[in-house]
Structures are given as structure tokens and as C-alpha cells.
Design a protein around this ligand. Structure first.
Ligand SMILES: Nc1ncnc2c1ncn2[C@@H]1O[C@H](COP(=O)(O)OP(=O)(O)OP(=O)(O)O)[C@@H](O)[C@H]1O
Ligand SMILES: [Mg+2]
Length: 390
């Protein structure tokens, strides 16, 4: 195991399990703050491993590898939700400081555990049940109306692990697997939302919390493609209630680090919570350029129990456009056109190989005219993706 090179001056080493783009985007703020990062990388060419010198390769499911990695770090945090419970327990047993803690993290790892806990806290959720059999599915569908949304409680991302079904027959394969693995599925009513929102906040171990403004997230084929910060024409009362719910969830669950709460806005000024993530999140990428403190810096401050930075927006609007992999593999030449056309665009590319639909980067642009910003963000993202040529 390579040992991270400590900086002089008493600065700590922050370890991140997983070397995806979220770990990578911590590198800029860490460098500015004089912190050392170390990432446990899934491969030597993983996104964060390309920019962080200490990037030992090891699997997040390998107890020995994760323990050896964690021993060299002052605090450990996570790039994703996939670290298994037994590995987290071994780290806790070894006295590793982890943020979020395993007790909190389970509510981002397991959507059934999350639904149970939020329901117990009287946080608004879609109607839901856990289902093991076709009869469970049919009974729920008859109750709330078809179609219903089925989810695998663990391991989903970008809509993988989410399926809209009109009958239990359409779920036969998942039910069979759930029975074989003795793990029920989560069923939810299909929420007739008007739009998707997210509230992002950070909470430190001392209990300080800071929330960014509520944003709108736009998904295309279940993948987030655009974020508008703050959400346009959002009723201030709803914004306050959503933020309050986020802060309450963070406090009750003991979340440390960044927490993202994905929500559905309902007609009539109500909302329900979709899901939680306990790490920097796609809905917060706008903050890198649009807020006084970006989410990656804030996550580092929170996991080190430093005072949090101001989440105040620097501009009236910031629009984030995700860049998804397409047919086009040669990305760098696009910069010449994008940067010349719009000097205010901020591009963030992740050093990831292009695969169709894979998140490979994003752009941010801030200003006063929301329609214009949306057009410019989309144009830049599309041009880098290669779907438009001028
Ligand atoms: N109960 C529901 N009713 C209506 N639409 C839903 C429901 N649950 C999920 N969706 C839609 O599916 C998308 C993906 O769902 P969810 O966020 O639970 O999955 P995920 O794969 O964990 O997502 P992520 O990409 O955020 O990790 C949501 O953003 C929303 O558009
Ligand atoms: Mg989601």
C-alpha cells in the first residue's frame, strides 16, 4: 500500500473510498486548502486516480484493502454508496473516523431503510410498501393505482434499479431474484410531480449545518441532465419547508458531510422526498462556480469538522448542464469552439472514457437571463458531446 505524502503544517489526510468524478472534484478545493487527499481507486485510470497522487488500487468490498487504506488517513469519506456493511463495521471496529458514519450512511444505501426511517419521522414520502410476491405487487397496484414504481433497494444509480410497471407480471424477473436473495423490493406510487427539486446541505460532526438554495433537477431518461439554481418561481414557503425537512433529516439521521435530498414537487404546494445521497451530488455541481462555497470544498470542511463556508449564490441564476457520453470520443477539440463562443462557460470534464449515457462532465454558466443561460449551457454540453457541430 502506497502511503500518502503528508504536507507540512499539520494538515490532515482525507481518504475517499472510490475514485469517481466526485472524489476527483474534491482535488481542486483540497489543493487550495493545503489538504492531502488519498483515494482508494477501483482502477489506476479511474477519474480521481488521474489527478490525485495517492491512489492505491483496491476494491471497496475488500475489507483488508479498505482497512490498509484507511489506516493512512485521518478521516475517511465516500465517493459512492457501495461500501458493504461488513466493511464499514470493520472500519468502525478499527477506530477509523468516518463521515458519514455507517449508522447514517445506511439510509442512503438502502431505499427501504430510508423509506421506513423518513416515514417514522413524518417526512412526506410517496406511498410505498416492501414487496416479495406477485400478490404484494398486485395488492399495492390496486390500492394506489397502476402503474407503480418498483425499485431495488440497493445499488441503483442513474435510474438503473428503477422500473415503472403496469402489473406484477412485468416484474417477474425482479421478484424471482428478490426471492432468491431473500431481499424485498421497494414499491412506490407513481408520483404525479410537476417537477423534481433537490435541497443540498452540509452538516458537520459538531452539528453546524448550511443549506444551498433549493434547485430544480431535470432528468432525461432517468439521468440528470440539467440543474437550475435556484429553482425558478419556487414558492418561498415551499422552499422553506423543503429546506427545513432537509435540515431535520440531516440532524435526525446524524448525517455528516454533504447530504442531498431529492424531491418531487406536487401540485398544490406540497412535496415528497424521493431519495437521499450522503456525498457531493449532481444537483450541487452548480455550486462550484455559482456559490461562495462549492459542495466539494464544503464536504471537505464538514468531514474535518471545520466551520462551514457560506452557501450563498454569487449570481441570480446558475445553470448546470451535464455532458453525457455519445458517439464522439475525442473531446478536447470541442473546447476551442465552446470557449471561443462563450467565454463565460465553465467546463468540468472528468477524465472518463466515453460510453453512451455515461456522465463524463458538466458545464456551468451564471447570469441574469435564465432562458439564455439554459440555451448556452445546453449548447456547450451538446457540442462537447458531439451531438451538434456548430
Ligand atoms: N415514485 C416515483 N414516482 C415517479 N417518478 C419516480 C419515482 N421514483 C423515481 N422516479 C423517477 O425516476 C428517477 C430515478 O429514481 P431514483 O432517484 O430513485 O433512482 P436512482 O437510480 O437511485 O437515481 P440517481 O440517478 O439519483 O442515483 C427519478 O429522478 C424520477 O424521475
Ligand atoms: Mg435519484
Amino acid at each position: 500500500m502506497t502511503v500518502p505524502q503528508r504536507a507540512p503544517g499539520g494538515f490532515p489526510v482525507v481518504g475517499i473510498v472510490g475514485a469517481g468524478q466526485l472524489a476527483r472534484m474534491c482535488a481542486g478545493p483540497a489543493a487550495e486548502l493545503g489538504l492531502t487527499l488519498s483515494v482508494l481507486a477501483e482502477a489506476s485510470d479511474a477519474s480521481a486516480a488521474l489527478v490525485i497522487p495517492s491512489a492505491p488500487v483496491g476494491a471497496h468490498s475488500d475489507v483488508e484493502a479498505v482497512l490498509a487504506f484507511a489506516r493512512e488517513c485521518d478521516v475517511v469519506t465516500f465517493d459512492h454508496e457501495q461500501v458493504p456493511a461488513d466493511v464499514l463495521a470493520a472500519l468502525a471496529q478499527a477506530g477509523v473516523a468516518m463521515h458519514p458514519t455507517p449508522e447514517a450512511l445506511v439510509f442512503a444505501q438502502d431505499k427501504l431503510a430510508m423509506r421506513k426511517r423518513l416515514t417514522a419521522l413524518a417526512i412526506p414520502c410517496p406511498r410505498w410498501v416492501s414487496a416479495r410476491t406477485p400478490a404484494d405487487v398486485d395488492a399495492f397496484g390496486e390500492d394506489v393505482g397502476w402503474p407503480v414504481v418498483a425499485k431495488t433497494p440497493r445499488g441503483g444509480y442513474d435510474g438503473k434499479g428503477v422500473r415503472v410497471v403496469g402489473s406484477s407480471a412485468e416484474l417477474a424477473d425482479w421478484l424471482k431474484r428478490a426471492a432468491a436473495e431473500d431481499s424485498p423490493l421497494l414499491l412506490e406510487e407513481k408520483v404525479p410531480f410537476t417537477r423534481e427539486l433537490a435541497v443540498l446541505l452540509a452538516r458537520s460532526p459538531s452539528g453546524q449545518a448550511a443549506a444551498w438554495p433549493v434547485v430544480e433537477t431535470v432528468q432525461t431518461d432517468s439521468i440528470c441532465t440539467e440543474v437550475i439554481a435556484p429553482a425558478a418561481d419556487l414558492d418561498p414557503d415551499l422552499a422553506a419547508r423543503v429546506t427545513e425537512a432537509g435540515l431535520r433529516i440531516a440532524g435526525e439521521l446524524g448525517v455528516t458531510g454533504v447530504l442531498a435530498v431529492e424531491l418531487f414537487e406536487l401540485p398544490g404546494g406540497e412535496f415528497v422526498v424521493n431519495e437521499l445521497a450522503m456525498r457531493p451530488h449532481n444537483s450541487g455541481h452548480w455550486s462550484m462556480d455559482g456559490a461562495v462555497t462549492g459542495q466539494f470544498e464544503q464536504h471537505l470542511r464538514a468531514v474535518l469538522d471545520l466551520p462551514l463556508g457560506s452557501p450563498r449564490p454569487r449570481h441570480r441564476w446558475t445553470v448546470m448542464g451535464n455532458i453525457l457520453g455519445g458517439e464522439h470520443h475525442d473531446l478536447f477539440p470541442a473546447y476551442r469552439h465552446v470557449m471561443a463562443r462563450d467565454p463565460e462557460i465553465k467546463a468540468h470534464l472528468y477524465g472518463k472514457g466515453v460510453r453512451p449515457g455515461r456522465k463524463i462532465g458538466h458545464v456551468n454558466v451564471s447570469g441574469e437571463d435564465l432562458a439564455d443561460l439554459r440555451e448556452r449551457a445546453r449548447h456547450a454540453a451538446d457540442y462537447i458531446e458531439g451531438v451538434i457541430l456548430e
